[in-house]
Design a protein around this ligand. Structure first.
Ligand code: SAM
Length: 510
């Protein structure tokens, strides 16, 4: 048997790592998060780290806390200045699996032309238990295991949880494995040093990761993120690289994507620990809008209600096609910004197509009669899973929202229905929903509208502009409504926000 020389030449010192990965059974790979990184990906993450770190020189030390087959150390070795034999002496790695350590040793020796890593530079250890590096490295790089802690065979033992709780009080014993690696790397890196680790993008917005974000903001705030926009990593979730600098007070975060890595722009708005999702939103071209926090919001002046699945079943026997129906069913597909398409466009309900879906109140299931009659009042209705918030006014209160349409019912006479519709038909509202969305919601083009997120939308301060927007909404003029609402929020100079929203508006239908 002879190995294919082309394969050997192509993968070179990366090959032992891939052999190790291929020889590990699927169960163990999952349990320890063993997924090796392709050379190009490691180089892309290194390039982003390089953009914020001190320039690499002949003293720079580099470590990978979950070294696997040494992909990141090899990427760094290729960039570090100096003779190969000497560069190997500035590389450090740790892995819980002694086989991985042996493989990395071989990989580096192959790269250097036979010079072995010095004793103590590549060690078998649990990185979350101890700092295994004999020096504080200038650069910590890697793709740590994503060990979900809520369920499954990746959950750490009670003892492991206790150790995490002790090591980072307040961070939470159930912190995701990859995020714990981020904290441990920040502890290990030299003051002023840089950490660049692959993470699930939930690290930016998950509630569980909030204490970790808070800790990072004071110890090593993010200086750049790289977004894997093509799911190049073998993971079930969207991934990013988070690049932090210890002790920096970064006021602007570089936004990167692609292989090779390319700079997409900078995010300069102040981050808060609650969520770093604005970084992801900004990388995806969502304009950032800052509205004074703490002011009155939609939930203070209206009741916002989402239906639930049972309502669908309760309406099933009550719907019939009836162009004279007094009470009508409205689905998301019938709602365009300020346009009610009932009777003009067919819709789907209960796997059927309807042209004039009417609701016979006598035939509504008794379990939801109260809910349906309670909805028969003047209100604004909001579609779900659309590219912008789409709202219509139900002036005479005869529309029954079909889940997941959301009803916004004013608490009093002021603000009027048209004011509420204008508030929702506004670039600021859509940008805030997209920006605040979790990583996963952002990966789809549509935004997920929820009652709680709509309730939190801020009311504008300029009431005269809001009045003008409400009257344009009543006239059905979507663009003028959006423009006046921007003014009402004091953002009339933000042409970028207006253009972005306008480009997302649905085109004319049928
Ligand atoms: C996703 S692989 C990445 C390997 C390598 N950095 C790369 O990108 O090719 C994760 C590695 O972390 C190792 N690992 C898992 N838990 C660990 C722990 N607690 N401490 C150190 N290494 C660990 C696994 O053995 C595996 O080699």
């Amino acid at each position: 048997m002879s190995a294919d020389p082309a394969v050997l030449a192509r993968w070179g010192p990366w090959l032992p790592g891939f052999v190790r990965e291929a020889m590990i059974g699927a169960g163990e790979r999952h349990r320890f998060g063993v997924h090796h990184t392709a050379p190009g990906l490691a180089a892309a993450v290194l390039a982003v780290a390089h953009s914020v770190a001190e320039p690499l020189d002949d003293q720079t030390t580099v470590a990978d806390p979950a070294v696997g087959g040494g992909a990141f150390l090899l990427a760094a070795a290729q960039q570090l200045p100096g003779a190969r034999a000497e560069i190997v002496g500035r590389l450090f790695g740790c892995d819980i699996d002694p086989v991985a350590v042996a493989v990395s040793r071989v990989a580096l020796a192959l790269w250097s032309g036979g010079v072995a890593a010095p004793r103590g530079h590549l060690v078998a250890a649990d990185f979350l238990d101890e700092d295994p590096f004999p020096v504080a490295p200038d650069l910590v790089l890697g793709n740590p295991p994503f060990l979900a802690q809520l369920r499954g065979d990746t959950v750490r033992s009670g003892e492991g949880r206790a150790r995490i709780g002790e090591r980072w009080p307040g961070v939470g014993r159930y912190v995701d494995g990859a995020t714990a690696f981020l904290l441990a790397s920040v502890d290990a890196v030299a003051p002023g040093g840089t950490v660049a680790l692959i993470q699930p993008d939930s690290v930016l917005s998950a509630l569980d990761a909030r204490p970790a974000r808070s800790r990072l903001m004071s110890a090593a705030p993010p200086a750049a993120i790289w977004v894997d926009d093509r799911r190049r990593f073998e993971a079930d979730v969207d991934t990013i690289a988070v690049v932090c600098r210890r002790g920096s007070d970064a006021s602007s975060v570089g936004l990167w994507s692609g292989v090779p890595a390319q700079l997409d722009g900078h995010h300069t708005v102040h981050l808060v620990a609650d969520s770093w999702a604005p970084l992801l939103a900004a990388q995806r071209g969502v304009p950032s809008v800052t509205v004074q926090p703490g002011g009155p919001c939609l939930g203070d002046v209206a009741r916002v209600t989402a239906g639930f699945r049972d309502q669908f079943y309760g309406l099933r026997d009550a719907v019939s096609d009836d162009c004279d129906a007094r009470v009508r069913l409205i689905t998301s597909g019938l709602i365009d910004p300020l346009v009610n398409r009932w009777g003009r466009t067919p819709c789907r309900f209960d796997k059927r197509r309807w042209t004039h879906p009417g609701v016979d109140l006598q035939r509504v299931s008794p379990t939801i009669t109260g809910w349906v009659t309670d909805r028969l009042r003047p209100k604004v209705l909001v579609a779900s899973q659309t590219r912008v918030i789409e709202a219509i006014v139900d002036l005479d209160g005869t529309l029954v929202p079909c889940t997941p349409v959301i009803a916004v019912e004013p608490a009093g006479d002021v603000p009027s229905l048209w004011h509420l519709a204008a508030l929702l038909t506004c670039p600021v509202a859509t940008a805030q929903l997209v920006e605040g969305a979790t990583g996963s919601a952002l990966s789809a083009d549509a935004i997920r509208v929820s009652a709680s997120r709509l309730s939190a939308l801020p009311l504008p301060q300029d009431l005269t502009a809001w009045d003008a927007a409400a009257s344009r909404a009543e006239a059905g003029d979507v663009l003028a409504t959006g423009e006046l609402m921007l003014a009402a929020h004091g953002l009339s100079h933000r042409n970028d926000v207006f253009q972005w929203w306008r480009d997302r508006l649905p085109g004319p239908k049928g």
